[in-house]
Design a protein around this ligand. Sequence first.
Ligand code: SAH
Length: 208
Amino acid sequence: MVKRLLEHGYVSRPEVSLAMETVPRHLFVPQELQANSYQDSPLYIGEGQTISAPHMVGMMVENLDLRRGLKVLEIGGGSGYHAAVMAEMIRPDGHIYSVERIETLAAKARRNLQDAGYSELVTVIIADGSKGLPEFAPYDRISVAAAAPSVPEPLKEQLAEGGKLLVPVGGRWYQDLILVVRKGNEFIQENLGGCVFVPLVGEYGYRE
Ligand code: SAH
């Protein structure tokens, strides 16, 4: 799986390919879809939600410029897989706060992360992540795995100086992946290209 991501250029940093080789994706995939765990496609995880395709996780992790020791906020924890890959990048002294709005998915993500050995590095929180997570702000990096109508203002405010935010922005069915870099009170945006995510549902996202 990782070889294919390298060949297609989704991933180029050795640290990212190593992180993706290390995290056992099958531990985050439901029982009935086990055979598809290492295919490069999104998979259904229940509650109408999906675990992102490996190439999208690789591309996001690569572009978020994750390094050891960083404090990261993830919005849309889903299965916990993406959080585990990020945990490999920031370990042993960084931390991932992963926000998920659906309780059953958050409970499953906690279990998956524990089984895979990441419970010390990742805290799963049940909340509307479109408002960010002010309790632990500011964050060095913010990774949003659900599509927003525009860049949620609270997420920009919760970025540390020099911090980076990745968020899919656009319509409900098709979006652009936007990278935002904070320089003082300026927010520099770059469009990394098209993507498809489930909607971010909440105060600064879409209505249910
Ligand atoms: N990163 C995940 C995939 C995320 S799918 C993985 O690796 O499995 C997107 C997730 O965002 C879904 O689980 C959905 O419930 C969640 N979500 C949608 N709106 C949200 C919000 N406002 N706050 C937190 N989570 C949200």
